[in-house]
Design a protein around this ligand. Structure first.
Ligand code: SF4
Length: 409
């Protein structure tokens, strides 16, 4: 079975362009993040934008809350490696200033800019300049009349807020729109997006707002975003974490790679959960490996396994892996042992082999060693571990006998 068919085909949406990044239609799902610097701090903000782009962000948003921020954007936009979106709060004039600064997109919160004349003025200017706008509905800041009508921030209230804003845009003939209906409650945002996708074909920007610090924030954001993506809903995503925004961009990229929605650019690190047979602290080695590969663009699956008894077999599909032996690490390529290295060189060797495979391929990696010798050496450790620990490394069998005795007595 082709497992990729378990993903519902993406719902067709219109396509818009945010600078040179296409969003919607058949464009790949894009990753967004937001700077947390003062936008007026041009160098600091650019540094963060570069870090976000390196971590996988396709589009970066910066706040434009004051004139100094708009002035900063005028200097940031021409030097940015990715399109820049200005986040507008209450002042529609900041939207006009940001467009003058050359931004590639705007984000407006309909709950914050409420005067129809102001909304129409921004939309008309965006239309004339060919700049797209995201209608960013937020459950926490809906127009008070919608709270009154629905009693609370319901999915229906959020969708209506987006529709009201779209109607103003319609009046001036502007339709380069993407829409978000974010909430910090996962069930609420999921339902709001489902309903929204039924009534519009504008591209949708997914996110769980104020998801909080990792790991809980990552779980919440992933639960909401992944659920919708699996249903074919969503054209661009943002993780809203209380953390270094680089983590947001990285998480976005990792999610899309894991779902097969973006081509893998970075290492997919798999690791065993460890057990009584483990010969090393698997968590420690996996963390070291994760750190060593964090900034490397190597599209490989790499395994960190706790023992040589089962590790190479369990991870035979990985391009490369390491399993802990008797104070040594066994390197394997596609399940075949290729080298035995001292324990403190395990991660370093993993990186070296990964770089070699990425450049020359798996076959070349297998050709550069004496596979028979490597297998013989690896087998010695395997046999020793089996004789030390037996087949039942966790002593489960022994424990079961004890439990049965206790139960009978
Ligand atoms: S048997 Fe080996 S590879 Fe499997 S979980 Fe235990 S330590 Fe890890």
């Amino acid at each position: 079975m082709d497992v990729s068919s378990s993903l519902v085909p993406r719902k067709p949406t219109r396509q818009i362009s945010v600078g040179d990044v296409e969003v919607g239609g058949d464009a790949p799902v894009s990753i967004q993040s937001m700077t947390i610097t003062k936008t007026a701090d041009v160098e600091g903000t650019l540094q963060q934008i570069y870090a976000l782009a390196a971590a996988g962000a396709d589009i970066v948003r910066c706040t434009c809350n004051e004139t100094e921020a708009a002035e900063g954007l005028a200097q940031i936009v021409p030097r940015s490696p990715v399109p820049i979106i200005a986040d507008i709060h209450h002042q529609y004039k900041m939207a006009l200033a940001a467009m003058e600064a050359g931004v590639h997109g705007l984000r407006l919160n309909p709950g914050n800019i409420r005067k129809p004349d102001h909304i129409r003025a921004v939309a008309a200017e965006a239309r004339d300049r060919g700049i797209p706008i995201r209608i960013g509905v937020n459950a926490g800041s809906l127009d008070p009349s919608l709270y009154e009508k629905y009693g609370s921030a319901t999915p229906e209230a959020m969708v209506e807020s987006a529709q009201q804003e779209m109607a103003y845009f319609d009046e001036v003939g502007f339709d380069a729109i993407k829409i978000s209906v974010k909430a910090s409650s996962v069930p609420l945002m999921v339902e709001a997006y489902r309903q929204l996708s039924e009534v519009t074909d504008h591209p949708l920007h997914l996110g769980v707002t104020e998801a909080g610090p990792p790991p809980a924030g990552l779980v919440k954001a992933t639960a909401g975003i992944a659920t919708l993506l699996m249903e074919g809903i969503g054209d661009t995503i943002r993780y809203s974490l209380t953390a270094d925004p680089v983590e947001e961009a990285r998480a976005g990229r990792q999610l899309l790679e894991a779902l097969g929605l973006r081509e893998r650019k970075n290492v997919d690190l798999i690791a065993c959960p460890s057990c009584g047979r483990a010969e090393v602290d698997v968590i420690e080695v996996a963390n070291q490996a994760m750190e060593a590969f964090a900034e490397k663009e190597l599209p490989l699956q790499i395994a960190v396994m706790g023992c040589v008894v089962n590790g190479p077999g369990e991870a035979r599909d990985a391009d490369l892996g390491i399993a802990a032996g008797n104070k040594r690490g066994h390197l394997f390529v596609k399940g075949q042992n290729v080298a035995v290295v001292p324990e403190d060189e395990m991660v370093g060797q993993l990186v070296e082999w990964a770089e070699f495979i990425s450049e020359h391929g798996v076959d070349a990696a297998l050709e550069r060693v004496d596979l028979v010798k490597a297998a013989r050496e690896a087998e010695k450790d395997r046999a020793k571990l089996l004789s030390d620990q037996g087949d039942d490394a966790n002593r489960s069998g022994e424990k079961i006998v004890e439990i049965r005795k206790t139960a009978r007595s």
